[in-house]
Design a protein around this ligand. Structure first.
Ligand SMILES: Nc1ncnc2c1ncn2[C@@H]1O[C@H](COP(=O)(O)OP(=O)(O)OP(=O)(O)O)[C@@H](O)[C@H]1O
Length: 652
């Protein structure tokens, strides 16, 4: 009842255009007829208030008694006064107040909002310093304070381990931005503050007497020019591109980024082999030695020698075996192809190879170390893999078997993996993965795995390595299951240890892959897509815990066993808490998310026999209807210009 009184007061104070009066009928805010208001069914308290763009004008004071409020979205109104009243709402997690006329300072007791996940106060008139107490948010993912009138020294955001997105641009802040912080959040997050300094492109810091403190030196830019405003017009993700990949271009260290993209001549990589191997490889040295060695020309010629000698020495049996009616290219074409390393997995290294015809692109997995699999067996397994054709399973186009080399040639999928979409670049420039896309990716992956299980229902061949990095996206954003059949190549005794899929509990005893364990892994994948948390497959209990990071680690530990964490949160009544905060921006999807959550939880029941089959999972996912794209209600402008399903993300 008190919440109803508080909201009624809020309406009377702010609803100058009568927008709320029209939409709030009845005398109970929790009666579900109050638009934009959601309550907890058990406590009958207001937990969500979502009233964006309603021309509300007035203070926030009456909201201070809503101490069960978790989600507050009042962006794009004309609200004024201070944000201080909200510090009483100690359950707040997601606060969107951008685009109002809020003024005053951010109070020091903002630290009472310990559960804050996302705080957006951008585009207001908030002044004063950013209080150090903000560093006490241990679960925070996003802080947006851009376009205010904040002054004083910038807090040491490097202490906020959980923070993924920070924007303090266009304020009047000063002080040193550490190198790590600048790199993590990107220069655009600090632009428009003439007093900030640090490493390039910020001006270099010099030390002068601090006018604010007689004891300490103030750090000021040597030449106070902020990052040019012209570079700040669009918050686009940075694409560290590498156009025109040529054979022989060996390594490109992408500007300031931890990830190193290695571009190798595939032919070179293939022919050179490993240092410790015999044959052509040992003649040429290792790929690594090639990396450090001479220039492009030299490597190109090395490649030429190696490629030809190996190709011509290939026996009739050591040839590319295609699963397509017409042979598309020769081994020699593959050896000549320009190649780019896409990544290393548990069984080998994958290269993108662009053939000289300029139109054929394939992904080539070069299996690592002497695979014990004899030729006959290998060929049989390839037959099994190559036979399976389905729109949601990555197609094996061809393979090559020689004593020293085993290559698997797959169709190339240009849009990365579900893993990189979910977890890549959670910082600034992150392209959110919307609900419609997530549902369609989960459905595609479910169909692909169901097909595998159905095709091999008698022999019960499992996939054995279901995880988000093995769900790839084609050019239309359709999800495909990768790496089917590779578990066959691994000694069953070591398969679980060698493959990195999400493990089912029974596998700690019965060390065997199975289709039921695939279902469990798929359940974990669903939970990963719903929560946005990456399941950690190999928890290390001995991880050192510093006092300062205990709280953050507790949060992280929740992801070690994703099913366990989800179960525990759901039990505590607040289901919405499990979902990826990124999804909370979309409207009217909660029912679908909860339905999907139930499917995920059904897949991860500890008893294998109680898990559904993948065919049943497909049916259940198909029954979750997405009537309309939630994008229509999206209020994140950064997404307007891109196609979410095809959005690729950089890892760095
Ligand atoms: N057909 C493909 N098209 C495009 N990229 C691919 C293809 N197959 C694999 N990749 C990419 O190559 C990289 C390495 O893949 P790989 O399957 O070897 O490793 P992984 O999935 O990380 O681990 P695992 O070996 O356990 O499956 C990944 O980044 C993956 O997205």
């Amino acid at each position: 009842q008190n919440d109803t009184i508080a909201l009624t007061l809020f309406r009377l104070q702010t609803d100058t255009h009568g927008n709320l009066a029209r939409n709030w009928s009845g005398s109970d805010a929790c009666s579900s007829s109050w638009q934009g208001v959601s309550c907890s069914p058990s406590s009958h308290r207001v937990t969500e208030l979502s009233l964006p763009s309603l021309s509300l004008r007035g203070p926030l004071t009456s909201l201070s008694s809503l101490d069960q409020l978790r989600f507050l979205d009042l962006h794009d109104n004309r609200l004024n006064g201070s944000v201080s009243p909200l510090t009483n709402c100690t359950n707040l997690r997601l606060v969107y107040l951008s685009g109002n006329d809020l003024s005053g300072e951010i109070p020091k007791d903002v630290s009472s909002l310990k559960r804050m996940i996302r705080l957006d106060l951008s585009d207001n008139n908030i002044r004063g310093v950013i209080p150090r107490e903000i560093l006490e948010f241990t679960r925070i993912l996003t802080i947006r304070l851009q376009n205010n009138e904040l002054t004083g020294r910038i807090p040491d955001f490097s202490q906020m381990n959980s923070l993924l997105e920070l924007n303090v641009s266009f304020n009047e802040l000063h002080g040193n931005v550490s190198d790590g912080v600048l790199k993590k959040f990107g220069e655009l997050s600090f632009s428009g503050n003439e007093g900030l300094c640090g490493s390039d492109p910020l001006p270099v810091c010099t030390f002068t007497n601090d006018p604010e403190s007689s004891n300490t030196d103030q750090i000021v830019p040597s030449n106070p020019t902020s990052i040019p405003h012209s570079s700040v017009t669009a918050a686009e993700p940075k694409i560290h591109g590498h156009k025109g990949v040529k054979p022989g271009i060996i390594a490109a260290v992408i500007g300031g980024c931890v990830a190193v993209v290695v571009l190798v001549s595939f032919g070179f990589a293939f022919c050179c082999g490993r240092l410790d191997r015999g044959g052509v490889g040992s003649k040429m040295g290792s790929v690594e030695s090639g990396l450090v060695g001479g220039g492009e020309g030299k490597r190109r010629s090395s490649y030429g020698e190696g490629g030809e000698s190996d190709a011509t020495s290939a026996t009739d049996r050591s040839r590319l075996v295609f699963f397509e009616r017409r042979k598309q290219f020769e081994l020699e074409d593959l050896l000549k192809a320009s190649a780019e390393m896409l990544g290393k997995g548990s069984l080998g290294t994958v290269y993108k190879a662009v053939l000289d015809d300029g139109t054929t692109t394939v992904a080539v997995k070069r299996l690592k170390d002497a695979n014990p699999c004899p030729r006959k067996e290998f060929e049989q397994y390839m037959e099994i893999i190559g036979r399976l054709k389905h729109q949601n399973v990555v197609k094996l186009r061809a393979y090559y078997y020689a004593k020293e080399e085993k290559l698997l040639v797959y169709e190339y999928l240009p849009n990365g993996s579900l893993h990189s979409l979910l977890h890549g670049n959670r910082g600034p420039g992150r392209i959110p993965l919307d609900w419609t896309t997530r549902i369609s990716l989960m459905l595609g992956a479910a169909r692909g795995l169901a097909k595998i299980h159905d095709e091999y229902s008698i022999s019960k061949i499992p996939h054995g390595n279901i995880k988000s990095s093995n769900v790839l996206l084609d050019r239309n954003g359709v999800a495909l299951i990768a790496d089917f059949g590779l578990s066959l190549l691994v000694n069953p005794v070591h398969a679980i240890a060698r493959l990195g899929g999400y493990r089912a509990p029974e596998q700690s005893e019965i060390k065997r892959l199975s289709q039921k364990a695939d279902v469990y892994s798929f359940g974990v994948l669903l939970l990963e897509v719903l929560t946005g948390k990456a399941p950690s497959m190999f928890p290390s209990p001995s991880r050192p815990r510093s006092a300062a990071s205990v709280a953050v680690e507790e949060e992280e530990e929740a992801v070690v066993d994703l099913p366990k964490w989800v179960r525990s949160v759901v039990k505590e009544e607040w289901t919405a808490e499990v979902f990826d905060p990124e999804l909370l921006r979309y409207k009217n999807i909660e029912e679908e998310m909860v339905a999907m959550l139930h499917i995920g939880l059904a897949c991860v029941v500890p008893q294998p026999e109680k898990r559904p089959t993948m065919a049943e999972v497909v049916k259940m996912v198909e029954e979750i209807r997405v009537e309309q794209s939630p994008l229509g209600d999206d209020y994140d402008e950064s997404r307007n210009s891109m196609s979410p399903s095809l959005a690729t993300t950089e890892d760095c």
